[in-house]
Design a binder for this molecule. Structure first.
Ligand SMILES: Nc1ncnc2c1ncn2[C@@H]1O[C@H](COP(=O)(O)OP(=O)(O)OP(=O)(O)O)[C@@H](O)[C@H]1O
Length: 459
């Protein structure tokens, strides 16, 4: 508006020509001067100057709008901006159609809970043909932890949308629409996202995924949480403006982990300290704030918390401008994430922003395994568990050697009995038994009494 040309404003021709002759071209040029200055410069009477300034101001100001018309515009824009369906019915209806365009959405939760699985399914949904509920677009998937698996995406597609994926060439076509970038450092990542702006518009990109932001920070060896948060500040505003500018959903994953003995973590900006419970949770904040920074938590429009409670995976809509806090139990199958119920349970109180890394220790047996956690954490370091993509656990249970796929982005937890002969390791059966519950990350060294559990991994 300020750059509106004076020549295009409905001024008297003579006055308009005088402005042009004195090189006052835009509304901003004219309105930056006082009426006396204009009088002096243009050599025109006060009355004429006042009338010209009034007309220029009117032309340069945005029109008045009623609250009603603003609301109508908002609804219209939301419709135009659209949503990326998650194909999880309950979640899609809570989010008015799915992950909204034009804003940042954060998936936050402990390792192994299913954040990458969720992102891969979103990538599928964005690249899928419109006729089948997709967006028919391309996806940029920034895979910091090298967890993206095209095999897994195709498996999800075949199981979730068999009618489309069995069409000849469709799997290749879908996989070809997902561009995977693997930055090796924060500066590499910075360069990649700066270069993205143009290609997002040119290439019909409908989704940008960053999996995960935490891994980018933990990869940097710079000392001091403050410094890391400061570095992240630029990325937050850049990604936010990129989402708005390109009108696409940007989905970012973040791991959280409590280094403390309790398994609950909480975002620090939530809940004023009033009572003992909140005072207690405060001790865990410092770790989370160090990883993500306070500005990050404010910048995201949608926050979905994925957690595990009493052996059940749960997805919570923890922050959303259009939904109350809701929780949905889910599981992961070969078709990807699916909800066990589409009716979310409404959440109240401080629980909304708590993140359960695993079930609370309830009995003496588990209390016993806890002693070994500190040993593992001390030996391997807390970042170790985050860093590995595949974890195979080799253990002995009731005299039988077992190899377990305990962490994998493309396989459910499976156990295979094996033995070792002169030819090396061989499986006794090629049909793995699927594992459920806490046993997945337990390691049996001999009998029950020697069991070790990976600290913080979800059960
Ligand atoms: N084909 C499959 N069938 C069933 N479950 C699977 C399959 N592939 C992977 N999973 C399950 O998905 C889980 C891993 O999820 P995912 O890799 O998304 O975790 P994450 O939250 O991204 O972890 P991290 O923070 O460590 O990256 C594992 O429990 C694994 O068993």
């Amino acid at each position: 508006m300020a750059n509106k040309l004076i020549g295009e404003i409905d001024l008297h021709k003579r006055i308009s020509n005088i402005f042009a002759a004195r090189n006052i071209i835009t509304a901003k040029d004219a309105l930056s001067m006082t009426e006396f200055e204009l009088m002096e410069l243009l050599d025109v009477g006060m009355k004429e100057i006042q009338s010209a300034v009034r007309l220029i101001s009117e032309a340069a100001s945005p029109p008045c709008q009623s609250a009603r018309s603003l609301l109508e515009q908002k609804v219209e824009n939301e419709y135009l901006l659209g949503h990326l369906p998650t194909h999880l019915k309950g979640l899609d209806s809570a989010l008015c159609g799915g992950i909204p365009f034009g804003v940042l959405t954060e998936l936050v939760g402990p390792p192994g809970i299913g954040k990458s699985q969720f992102c891969m399914k979103l990538a599928l949904s964005a690249s899928f043909p419109k006729a089948y509920g997709g967006l028919d677009g391309r996806v940029i998937y920034i895979d910091v932890e090298s967890k993206f698996s095209s095999r897994r995406v195709i498996e999800m597609g075949l199981k979730s949308f068999p009618e489309v994926f069995h069409l000849k060439g469709m799997a290749q076509e879908m996989a070809g629409r997902i561009l995977v970038l693997r930055p090796t450092s924060l500066s590499d990542f910075t360069q990649s996202i700066q270069e993205l702006k143009e290609s997002i518009l040119k290439n019909q990109v409908k989704l940008l995924v960053i999996d995960s932001m935490t891994a980018l920070l933990s990869g940097e060896n710079k000392p001091g949480a403050q410094r890391q948060q400061h570095q992240l500040g630029w990325h937050i505003s850049f990604l936010k403006s990129l989402a708005e500018f390109a009108r696409i959903p940007i989905v970012v994953t973040n791991q959280v982990r409590s280094q403390n003995r309790d398994e609950t973590s909480q975002y620090s900006f939530q809940a004023k300290l009033k009572d003992g419970f909140e005072e207690h949770t405060r001790t865990y904040d410092s770790h989370l704030v160090a990883a993500l920074g306070i500005n990050w938590a404010h910048a995201v429009t949608i926050r979905l918390v994925l957690e595990s409670k009493s052996g059940q995976r749960i997805i919570k809509v923890a922050k959303s401008p259009m939904s109350p806090p809701l929780a949905f139990p889910f599981h992961i199958t070969s078709a990807g994430i699916s909800l066990l119920s589409d009716d979310g349970t409404e959440l109240k109180g401080p629980g909304i922003n708590n993140i359960h890394a695993r079930a609370k220790l309830k009995d003496r047996f588990q209390e016993h395994t806890r002693r070994y956690d500190s040993h593992l954490v001390a030996a391997l370091g807390i970042n170790w568990d985050h860093a590995v993509t595949i974890r195979l656990v080799l253990e002995a249970k009731s005299g039988q050697r077992i190899i377990k796929v305990a962490k994998s982005p493309m396989s459910p937890p499976l156990a295979f009995p094996f033995h070792i002969t002169s030819e090396g390791i061989s499986l006794l059966s090629d049909d793995g038994a699927e594992l459920k519950g806490r046993g997945i990350n337990n390691i049996h060294a001999r009998g029950h009494s020697d069991m070790i559990n990976f600290n913080g991994d979800c059960s």
